[in-house]
Design a protein around this ligand. Structure first.
Ligand code: NAI
Length: 765
């Protein structure tokens, strides 16, 4: 009866959508997150959410300071029993904990308890809280102050006391506890909302100041049943929204492996969502030499509030970058008088549509063996590795060009005489970021010669905070097409012209599989890596001139994205292709974070058939520099000779096996993990065995070949070509075929249940 009465209430509460993706804990493939050796301070841990955090951290090896003043939910009184009980609970389970009964307003004392008992402080969970709910007009000074003292000032004092210790040890994780009341506003909670959103601002700045010390600060807005919510939530929900459904997010955010910083999450009932800011494109409401008026604001109101093509600024730099453009647009009187669009200029403004499809002048690139060698050194090849000699010594018998050298003749199209010279396009090179790169080789690159490159502006996209230019470059040697490049160039601040956001011409990035990488290789770049790399033809001063770098907002000159790109491909070729350059087919990369010369590049690689997914991290900081990337290799020509190359035996089933073989190349690794078996198929025709096939999902990354299983099959199936097709087409199910005697199974019959995984998609053939 209760449930029925509460159903509408539940629907209106924190349940966000009926189709949420669910990540089930027990099914996680990740290694357990442990906190051994870490010291955690949880404020207000005597009950509710804080208690759940303290128990969860202790269970995973952390030493926990259980702080709680032990007053009532309005902040009256105090007692030691709340904290003591939680400490006892932890100790009874064999965990390490100590109680502290101070108010968070005595911040130093809480941190001292951690230092004196456990010798350090790694993680601070600012959780203590009280309520003084009143409608706005009835809030007393005291109601206002105490809420701010406990929530906002308390979190400040505790965190400040821990800060220098975190800084010195170059590790710290901080959680601020905000609330949906602050994010959205809530009746009767003006004091509380103000303090709670104040915590978000505090966390945002700590995330900026702490970043370089590996101190991360994140904010959560939880929903959980506790004594605080008991008064406003029905008991059913108080029981259903367990604090244990919030704690795992807090633990993950505080783990050393988690790189999240400066973010805000809503969490409750087993669901977690991330929030961010969205900003409309807005509108310029001022004209040169005219006063700005409220009427102009009114006139443009719809445009100001229009979220089409909205941007999502993540940093204050991204946020204010638009203001410079606004000033220069007003100054140059480029503002259109058309009230629905401010940047689509009537005269000299940026109207990209007329550049799309435009061809740039052909660029000729002459080179000798010098350039490929210089390039190889630029991307970190070294005589230290005997295998590298063929890239750096023109006298080597196998002297060859690294495939990524293919970007060098093409990039000339960007500079003088190329993209930068198109009248009216006016690219400001201090605002140019190389966003993505695609390179496909059709032939190995010659080690010297004359190459010509034809470039076309494939598309120009409006990304809100900037314009994205897709530049397609085809490079020829004589008449032979050698390679194709697509440069994705992001011009900060040039967006907002009302253009489209995506293009079917864009080569897209692909996320790596969700498992630990199959291989990881790393290489240290030298302090002079960028100085060396630029000699291959990318002369942008951003990579060498500290003044220019500072102007672009970088603390020092950064490494060329295409240099890191060269390192990444070297790693793939070394690990998966024995440094055989003829195996390289194509690469797509996305540059996400700058790398500084001298840092270590660590490439994580996942093999999926002939595609090697990759991501490159800066080892020192753990930050991902290249993401969503992959290299496609050609398949090995030298297949193991014992296995016959696939050849047709004239049966219908041949096609199916060939197709299964092709798809297994794409997803083999996953199937090998799931199935882990070798299946042999004896296909009969007119009562005789007409063909034998093996699906090997046990060894390597899985494959399909004609003939009996090498080694031995786990399960062997015998059936006619015709019945096989019926099974595959879903006309009879395998069980039926088995019981009617059409399908014979030898060996491990249980494994045949896994067949469905292999066959399920093939019914569509
Ligand atoms: P709770 O009342 O069970 O826990 C808060 C704890 O903080 C209490 O044990 C209390 O004794 C302690 N505390 C209060 N003032 C203190 C002080 N000056 N110094 C040290 N400890 C003090 O409540 P709950 O729900 O677990 O709240 C935890 C935090 O989550 C609070 O900051 C609250 O505002 C926040 N929150 C909770 C929501 C929920 O749905 N439960 C929703 C949004 C925010």
């Amino acid at each position: 009866r209760m449930r029925a009465a509460l159903a509408p209430c539940l629907a209106a509460a924190a349940v966000p959508s009926p189709h949420l993706p669910i990540a089930l804990g027990p099914r996680s493939m990740s290694a357990a997150l442990r906190f051994d050796g870490r010291v955690v301070l949880v404020t207000g841990a005597g009950g509710g959410l804080g208690r759940a955090y303290a128990l969860a951290f202790a269970e995973r090896g952390a030493s926990v300071v259980v702080n709680d003043l032990g007053g009532d939910s309005k902040g009256h009184g105090k007692s030691s029993s709340a904290a003591d009980q939680v400490v006892e609970e932890i100790r009874a389970k064999g965990g390490k904990a100590v109680a502290n009964y101070d108010s968070v307003e005595a911040g130093e004392k809480l941190v001292r308890a951690a230092l004196e008992t456990f010798g350090r402080i790694d993680i601070v969970i600012n959780n203590a809280g009280i309520l003084r709910d009143r409608s706005f007009a009835r809030i007393s000074d005291e109601d206002w102050d105490i809420i701010h003292r406990v929530h906002l000032k308390g979190s400040f004092l505790v965190t400040r006391a821990a800060w220098n210790h975190m800084k010195n040890q170059k590790f710290g994780r901080i959680i601020m506890t905000s609330s949906a009341a602050g994010i959205y506003g809530n009746f009767g909670q003006a004091n509380y909302s103000a303090a709670k959103l104040g915590l978000l601002g505090l966390s945002n700045t700590l995330s900026v100041e702490g970043r370089k010390y590996n101190i991360h600060s994140n904010t959560i807005a939880p929903t959980a049943g506790s004594r605080l919510t008991q008064t406003i939530m029905p008991q059913d929900l108080v029981d259903a929204f367990k604090p244990e459904y919030v704690a795992p997010l807090v633990l993950w955010l505080c783990h050393e492996r988690c790189q999240e910083n400066g973010s805000l999450f809503e969490v409750g009932a087993g669901w977690i969502g991330k929030l961010r800011w969205e900003r409309s494109l807005g509108s310029i409401v001022r004209e040169k030499n005219h006063p700005m008026t409220p009427e102009a604001v009114q006139d443009k109101w719809e445009k100001i509030c229009d979220f089409d093509n909205a941007s999502k600024p993540r940093t204050i730099q991204e946020s204010v970058s638009i203001l410079n453009d606004v000033l220069s647009q007003i100054e140059s009187e480029e503002v259109s008088t058309n009230p629905t669009s401010y940047t689509r200029s009537t005269s000299s403004g940026f109207d990209p549509s007329k550049y799309v499809g435009q061809k740039l002048p052909t660029v000729v690139y002459n080179y000798t063996h010098l350039q490929p060698i210089l390039y190889a050194l630029g991307v970190g090849m070294s005589t230290k590795d005997p295998d590298h000699l063929k890239f750096v010594f023109e006298g080597s018998e196998a002297f060859c060009c690294l495939p990524t050298f293919g970007v060098i003749p093409a990039q000339a199209s960007l500079w003088d005489g190329g993209l930068s010279s198109i009248p009216g396009l006016n690219i400001d090179f201090t605002k140019l970021l190389h966003g993505e790169q695609y390179l496909e080789l059709y032939k190995p690159l010659p080690t010297s010669g004359q190459l010509t490159s034809e470039s076309t502006i494939a598309d120009i996209l409006d990304k809100g905070s900037g314009a994205l230019i897709l530049l397609d470059v085809h490079t020829y040697c004589g008449k032979d097409l050698l390679c194709y490049n697509q440069f994705s160039l992001f011009i900060v601040g040039a967006g907002g012209f009302g253009g489209k956001r995506t293009s079917e011409k864009a080569k897209v990035t692909v996320n790596p599989p969700n498992r630990t990488p199959d291989a990881v290789l790393s290489d240290v770049t030298t302090v002079d890596q960028a100085a060396l790399y630029r000699l291959s033809g990318d002369w942008n001063p951003l990579h060498i001139d500290p003044g220019f770098a500072a102007f672009g907002g970088f603390q020092k000159p950064i490494l060329h994205g295409l240099c890191s790109f060269g390192f990444a491909v070297r790693h793939v070729l070394k690990h998966f292709a024995n440094n055989d350059v003829t195996r390289f087919k194509a690469i797509k990369v996305r540059f996400v974070k700058p790398v500084f010369p001298g840092q270590t590049l660590q490439t994580e690689m996942w093999k999926e058939g002939n595609r090697i997914h990759l991501q490159t991290k800066v080892k020192e900081t753990g930050e991902v520099a290249i993401a969503g990337s992959y290299v496609d290799l050609t398949s090995t020509l030298d297949k193991p000779s014992a296995k016959e190359p696939i050849k047709a035996s004239g049966l219908h089933s041949d096609l199916v096996f060939e197709e299964i073989g092709r798809r297994i190349k794409e997803v083999g690794n996953q199937l090998v993990k799931k199935v882990n078996a070798i299946f042999q198929w004896d296909i009969t025709k007119d009562g005789e065995t007409a063909a034998q096939w093996t699906i090997d999902l046990k060894n390597g990354s899985g494959e399909v070949y004609q003939g009996p299983a090498q080694g031995s099959a786990d399960t062997t199936f015998t059936l006619s070509d015709q019945d096989f097709m019926e099974v595959v087409l879903g006309k009879i199910n395998p069980q039926k075929a088995f019981f009617s005697g059409k399908l014979k199974v030898k060996g491990n019959i249980m494994l045949s249940q896994k067949l469905e995984m292999i066959l399920k998609d093939y019914a569509k053939l």
